[in-house]
Design a binder for this molecule. Structure first.
Ligand SMILES: CC(C)(COP(=O)(O)OP(=O)(O)OC[C@H]1O[C@@H](n2cnc3c(N)ncnc32)[C@H](O)[C@@H]1OP(=O)(O)O)[C@@H](O)C(=O)NCCC(=O)NCCS
Length: 187
């Protein structure tokens, strides 16, 4: 049985707890652009996503504890090529390292593939965020490529690990499951 479920985010959910998650130490990897999170810009992001129909956000809801613990973002969606980023954030640090991040991504994959008709979800992860790379691999994603020196962090180059998951309606079983690059190749 599932521990978490996804619930569509509404503007009412962007409350003080939601904003506090973004100020936790572990959230610093959430955004490679090192953006700061405020109620205003989180609401803007939500409203623009709804208006442009290109970013859908879901609360990760802990069923037994009846508590929201994080968020899954699907977008920006590229409708021409039917592909999208999919980002996970377990905001409540009491729920980290319990397998819930990977469970939430698996649920996000289903929404992207079955409800939004996405062929491929993908995104770059800064190499130092090994926890995130592991969590996506555990949710049946693969490493597609390593982008050398993709980010500059405090003047230092950092690689990006490009991860992806393929919708089995569009891709063969072989492509869905195989990656030429393993975790051991990267670290
Ligand atoms: C990355 C994140 C989603 C992981 O969530 P989580 O629920 O703690 O991860 P899980 O419990 O599902 O862990 C899955 C695997 O990753 C490993 N892992 C998780 N966090 C880790 C960390 N910080 N360092 C090393 N490994 C880690 C776990 O040990 C587990 O591996 P195992 O199955 O071999 O034991 C969470 O730390 C987070 O929200 N971080 C900030 C946002 C972020 O970076 N999102 C990704 C942006 S691309």
């Amino acid at each position: 049985m599932s521990t978490v479920e996804l619930r569509e985010l509404s503007h009412k959910d962007i409350n003080s707890e939601f904003i506090d998650w973004h100020n936790n130490e572990h959230a610093k990897n959430y955004s490679a652009s090192k953006r700061t999170f405020t109620k205003e810009n989180l609401l803007d992001e939500y409203n623009n996503g709804i208006k442009n129909k290109n970013l859908y956000q879901y609360l990760v809801h802990h069923i037994k504890d009846r508590k929201n613990i994080g968020v899954i973002k699907i977008g920006p969606i590229d409708y021409l090529h039917k592909k999208s980023d999919l980002v996970v954030f377990i905001g409540d640090k009491n729920y980290l390292k319990q397998g819930l991040g990977s469970e939430a991504i698996k649920l996000g994959n289903l929404v992207a593939f079955n409800d939004l008709g996405i062929r491929k979800v993908h995104g770059p992860i800064i190499k130092s965020n090994i926890g995130a790379v592991k969590v996506y691999l555990k949710a049946n994603w693969v490493i597609e490529a390593i982008l050398k020196g993709h980010y500059l962090v405090d003047g230092e180059e950092q690689d990006a690990i490009l991860v992806a998951c393929y919708n089995p309606k569009y891709f063969s079983r072989e492509i869905c499951k195989t990656s030429k690059i393993t975790l051991e190749d990267v670290y």
